[in-house]
Design a protein around this ligand. Structure first.
Ligand code: HEC
Ligand code: HEC
Length: 467
């Protein structure tokens, strides 16, 4: 015999179940991948390549496999890991050279192992030092490789357009570069990766970084870096035949695996997706003139990367930043010119600006430190930032804190767990419009209809990762 109370409860449960099923089917919002996850819509074989690529990206190579003689780290992941594989890092590399003087151009001291220093070696004899002649010595921090396939797929014309027809007050320069994998005589591409926009593709970056950071020669760069230019030491310690990289059982070289992983990495999420008051202020004071909100990829081999609109908040152009420039000349990138740092995922970056100088404070403080060093072309927007009220600056910071935040990730630690559920639960409203995008609770309002109701709850269950 079932009492009326229990019966009512069963009806109630059944009702809730049907309701939540109906809502799931009805209002599916596509959740954004978290930082370090693959782009949505990859085929099974592309996903397998992403997984295999992540392993190679994170695996330390050993001297017997081609590491060194001099190197910086044993794996890509050794530097690129925050908040997940492929991300940013606190490790900095050193570049050096002799500043231009008396009609002589910048000298990268290539014959002495420049301009990049390798700070480790497989034997102490090969350890590089900054040559005494160098009078420019700077550090560069590790930026993330998220969304790289999407960025690579931006048509050159879309990047060049902002250089030809710049927004008022700025004048970006496109860095035209070749790619290792290009056939001879192929046209140049708009560079987009690296602090000087000096590289256009994931494969070229992987081949170059494999050699420069790990000492792994490969099919594109077959000549080892001699320690501080010393050929005798190189002959003595470079014991693996070049090229050291080669095909695995499926025919992929390590650099192909690395490039796959980076190309299939998703763009950092943005939560809430739009409507924050701070973004309007950010645009109105000219930040968006260089930190271009969105681009759309062209058509490439993979449907998952084709014709997708995404929001890097960067124009991939070089800008004269005045004294913020790092004094290094790389290709056509001059001393004062730096590539606009894309701001997607900026909330997860432990230190900001090319040498990581903007750090040590909280997020808001680091943003302010970054802006205070925006000189040259960015001076007007710095002054406009300084003229904002404290409340307006806080709104901009709140907006920048949404770049890289996953839906439901209230505490912003790149997972959705019990802590985040705690906050969602106390913010629950039912279908009563309550929250504006600037409210912290709108992080849980996945369909952005202003309330936290059963629809959002159903998606929270899907997003819950517990770690
Ligand atoms: C010692 C640390 C270190 C290691 C190891 C390292 N990187 Fe980097 N990475 C950096 C730094 C520093 C930069 C900025 C380089 C520059 O522009 O001068 C960078 C930049 C990048 C970028 C450009 C991201 C952007 O949007 O500008 C990519 C892609 C990248 N690295 C891929 C790799 C790959 C692939 C490997 C492994 C073969 C690797 N890195 C190994 C430190 C490292
Ligand atoms: C003229 C172009 C330009 C304008 C305008 C501009 N920026 Fe930048 N921004 C850059 C460049 C270039 C960098 C990289 C500089 C470097 O590290 O040397 C950068 C870096 C940053 C960084 C550090 C990101 C990182 O990953 O290290 C932040 C934060 C930032 N900008 C915020 C802003 C804000 C806020 C405004 C508006 C007040 C603004 N920027 C206006 C060009 C610009």
């Amino acid at each position: 015999m079932v009492g009326p109370g229990v019966f009512a409860m069963r009806i109630h449960h059944a009702f809730l179940l049907i309701l939540s099923l109906a809502l799931t089917l009805q209002a599916q919002v596509q959740l954004q991948p978290r930082a370090g996850k693959p782009v949505l819509g990859l085929t099974a074989s592309q996903l397998a390549r992403f997984d295999a690529g992540r392993v190679v990206f994170n695996t330390q190579i050993l001297p017997g496999e081609g590491l060194g003689p001099c190197f910086n780290q044993q794996s890509c992941g050794g530097c690129h890991g925050i908040p997940d594989a492929g991300g940013a890092g606190t490790i900095e590399v050193t570049r050096f050279g002799i500043a231009a003087t008396g009609g002589m151009p910048f000298n990268p001291l290539g014959a002495l192992g420049g301009s990049l220093l390798q700070s480790q070696a497989i034997n102490p004899a090969c350890l590089e030092v900054v040559p005494a002649a160098a009078n420019v010595v700077i550090n560069r921090i590790t930026p993330p490789a998220f969304g790289m396939g999407l960025v690579q797929a931006i048509p050159d014309a879309a990047i060049i357009a902002n250089a030809i027809n710049p927004p008022a007050g700025v004048s970006g320069i496109v860095h035209m570069v070749g790619a290792f994998e290009d056939p001879a005589g192929a046209p140049l591409h708009a560079g987009r990766f690296g602090w000087k926009a000096q590289v256009a593709t994931a494969l070229t970056f992987s081949a170059d970084a494999a050699l420069m950071e790990m000492g792994l020669t490969n099919r594109f760069v077959t000549t080892e870096q001699a320690p501080n230019g010393n050929a005798v030491l190189l002959a003595q310690w470079d014991l693996v035949a070049d090229p050291e990289d080669g095909p695995d059982a499926q025919g992929f070289h390590k650099i192909d695996r690395m490039a796959d992983f980076q190309r299939f990495l998703a763009a950092p999420p943005q939560t809430p997706r739009n409507g924050m008051g701070g973004e309007a202020i950010f645009m109105s004071i000219g930040c968006g003139s260089c930190h271009t909100p969105s681009f759309t990829s062209g058509t490439v081999a993979e449907a998952a990367l084709s014709n997708k609109t995404f929001r890097p908040y960067g124009d991939f152009l070089l800008h004269d930043m005045g004294s913020l420039g790092d004094g290094i000349v790389q290709g056509a990138g001059t001393e004062n010119e730096m590539r606009t740092a894309p701001l997607w995922g900026v909330r997860a970056r432990p230190a900001l600006l090319h040498d990581g100088r903007a750090t040590g404070q909280d997020f808001a403080g680091n943003i302010d430190l970054s802006v205070q060093d925006h000189f040259g072309e960015a001076s007007a927007s710095r002054l406009a930032w300084n003229a904002l009220s404290f409340a307006q600056q806080a709104l901009v910071v709140n907006f920048l804190d949404s770049l890289g935040r996953a839906e439901f990730d209230h505490d912003g630690d790149n997972d959705v767990d019990m802590v985040d559920w705690f906050y969602m639960r106390i913010g629950f409203t039912g279908p009563v419009p309550t929250y504006m995008p600037d409210d912290a609770n709108s992080r849980h309002d996945v369909d952005q209809d202003g309330d936290l109701d059963v629809v959002d709850f159903v998606h929270m269950q899907r997003a819950f990762s517990g770690q």
